[in-house]
Write a protein that binds this ligand. Structure first.
Ligand SMILES: [Zn+2]
Length: 261
């Protein structure tokens, strides 16, 4: 299908949408909106793939979120390559969300890095981009710095830093490496990222919701939805002093290029 809007990162597969998932997808189809439905572990990755198989306007990712590495007490998740391989289809457009999360202790940096590297290798093997999740410890850029150091050893891998909250110099490093950056609801009520948002080249920026989390104004505090991505997109355009329609078209082109849609 052809579409006019895209939310490049949502979790329509999550249980928060069990009551009205189909209604939201139908409304999205009506207005020509697509989304990439993101997996965070074995179960939610399989659900993303299934949803994508049912709907033209849904794409999927498969992978393990860095905070989901502990399967059960004392037992670490290993990247089950055969399992994730079995999920691949033309509708699977990225590996992830994967990366590093140092925000809430306790966490195991070494285990996170191990799992991240396995997913980078998986992405390279299948020539897929990465959907990256990086969250640094308070007041630092540590998760971004470690992720960029790891990615420096993988010259041919590309992708997108989802829910970008890094500083301008991290943004510059990521763009130099060929990675795009996507922004979410918080930019509609916090101006902390404005300078960084203005600094990113037009072909390297995108909008997303991360629904059901982090709803933009005017829905702040409620469940988020891919339908709200326009609030993020319009705000990004306003911060950058660009025309909203033109910005939406440009970011859609960016998504098509990065994810091969
Ligand atoms: Zn997410």
């Amino acid at each position: 299908m052809t579409f006019k809007h895209i939310d490049i990162h949502s979790h329509l597969n999550f249980s928060q949408f069990d009551e009205d998932r189909e209604a939201i997808i139908a409304e999205m189809k009506d207005i020509g909106m697509a989304t990439i439905c993101v997996g965070t572990d074995k179960k939610t990755s399989a659900e993303s793939v299934e949803l994508a198989a049912q709907h033209d306007n849904i794409y999927a990712t498969v992978g393990i979120h860095p905070t989901h590495i502990e399967e059960s007490e004392g037992k670490w998740e290993v990247f089950d390559e055969a399992y994730y391989e079995s999920l691949l289809s033309p509708k699977v457009v990225a590996v992830g969300e994967c990366g590093l999360d140092y925000f809430r202790p306790p966490f195991n940096k070494e285990k996170q890095k191990e799992l991240f590297i396995q997913q980078i290798q998986f992405a390279q093997k299948h020539q897929l981009p990465l959907m990256l999740h990086c969250r640094s410890s308070k007041g630092t850029q540590d998760a971004y710095e470690d992720a960029l150091d790891i990615l420096a050893g993988s010259p041919d891998v590309k992708g997108n830093f989802h829910f970008f909250v890094g500083d301008t110099s991290i943004a510059e490093r990521a763009v130099e490496k060929g990675f795009t950056l996507s922004f979410d609801g918080p930019i509609t009520f916090a101006s902390d990222y404005d300078e960084t948002i203005k600094s990113i080249p037009a072909d390297m920026i995108m909008a997303e919701t991360d629904a059901p989390f982090a709803a933009p104004v005017p829905h702040r505090g409620k469940r988020n939805s891919p339908l709200f991505v326009t609030f993020v997109s319009d705000r990004l355009a306003d911060i950058r002093g660009e025309d909203r329609e033109a910005f939406r078209a440009q970011t859609l082109e960016n998504a098509k290029r990065v994810f091969g849609l």
